[in-house]
Ligand binder design. Structure first.
Ligand code: CO
Ligand code: ZN
Length: 354
């Protein structure tokens, strides 16, 4: 578990919003260099790592996305305050009052996300959540010219300032568990797996803006089946009823039966029965706890794989995570290590299924 935790820390504290994943990619490349037979980066920025299996054995693809939700500098006010675009799905309430890093050619610049304090707001507005167009980033600059002198430019990427911290009962908190938790498991699996099948780990780019890296990499890799590693929301805290989201932290990896838009499960994944069988039977045989889940409200890289070429049999394993898409996501290290076990053993079992 220590290995996974230190990997997670390293990956979470690296920054990589969609389209700017190189820091994360470099860490994974360095971690895996001595453990796989071939590593390459495709035109979009996906890192494709191959660990060869027996001759003519099936090809398994593991997808974990390297990008985190982030922002882009959109406009600099003449007083030096910065307006921003969202890159990924943000919840305005999670944005206000946070610390951020703006990444420039001259280095990282710290900033805070401010808005009008409640004392100065009209009564009506004080009752409502603050929207993005009322927020700005304060980097301490006095003018647009000064901000530009420090390296701020239109399009400069922005990420939360966040680090890994411990909570009770083996839980940790931090930013970008979505999907650095998946990346950590993929790395550890490629290091330790001894499978008959060929295992291809893809550290994909631009998931948060529409599964773009998974789309191109599944086409090139052309595997016999694919498993995406990602995070999913839980229903184990105040405000959610169990019937709405029965997945809980600490009860094992979530195996997704289906996901997609809330009203229809459109635009998502219906997991392939053969991959589901491999995952659930491996979990049962090895007494690994798991949770079957239907996730209404989002999807993962597996969706792109499933509709590539003639259709790649695909499924998703989700690490139960609270407060997803915030700088204080929470997960259990026990779930992390059970997810790793499930993936590793499934890959070692896969030649019997494919
Ligand atoms: Co996400
Ligand atoms: Zn994700």
């Amino acid at each position: 578990m220590e290995d996974l935790k230190s990997l997670l820390k390293k990956l979470v504290e690296a920054t990589g919003p969609s389209g700017h994943e190189e820091n994360v990619r470099n860490i994974i490349e360095e971690e895996l260099a001595d453990f796989v037979d071939e590593i390459r980066v495709d035109n979009l920025g996906n890192l494709i790592c191959t660990k060869k299996g027996a001759k003519d054995s099936p090809k398994a693809m593991i997808l974990a996305h390297t990008d985190e939700i982030g922002m882009l500098v959109r406009y600099v006010e003449k007083e030096g305050f910065i307006r921003f675009s969202y890159l990924g799905g943000f919840f305005d309430q999670m944005v206000l009052g946070q610390r951020v890093l703006i990444h420039t050619e001259k280095g990282d610049i710290k900033g805070v996300i401010g808005s009008i304090p409640p004392h100065l707001l009209p009564d009506e507005e004080r009752k409502k959540p603050v929207k993005r167009d009322k927020m700005f980033i304060d980097i301490g600059a006095n003018s647009r010219e000064q901000a530009e002198e420090w390296g701020i430019k239109i399009g400069a990427p922005i990420t939360w300032l966040g680090y890994l911290d411990d909570l009770g009962n083996n839980m940790v908190t931090g930013k970008a568990f979505d999907d650095r938790a998946g990346c950590a498991i993929m790395v550890q699996t490629l290091k330790e797996v001894k499978a008959e099948c060929t295992v291809i780990g893809v550290a994909s780019v631009m998931e948060e803006v529409g599964l773009r890296g998974a789309q191109t990499s599944s086409f090139t890799v052309d595997p016999d089946f694919a498993i995406a590693l990602d995070v999913s929301a839980t229903g184990d805290h105040p405000g959610i009823e169990e019937r709405q989201m029965p997945v809980k932290i600490g009860k094992g990896p979530g195996i997704t039966i289906a996901d997609g838009r809330r009203e229809s499960l459109g635009g998502g994944l219906i997991s392939h029965p053969k991959v589901l069988k491999l995952l659930t039977e491996t979990a049962e045989e090895n007494h690994i706890p798991y949770q079957l889940e239907i996730f209404e409200g989002g999807t993962t890289d597996a969706t792109a794989a499933a509709t590539t070429r003639g259709g790649i049999p695909s499924a998703t394993i989700n690490i139960p995570t609270r407060y997803i898409h915030s700088p204080i996501e929470v997960l259990s290290l026990e779930d992390l290590s059970n997810t790793f076990k499930l993936l590793k053993l499934s890959l070692e079992n896969a030649h019997k299924y494919f």
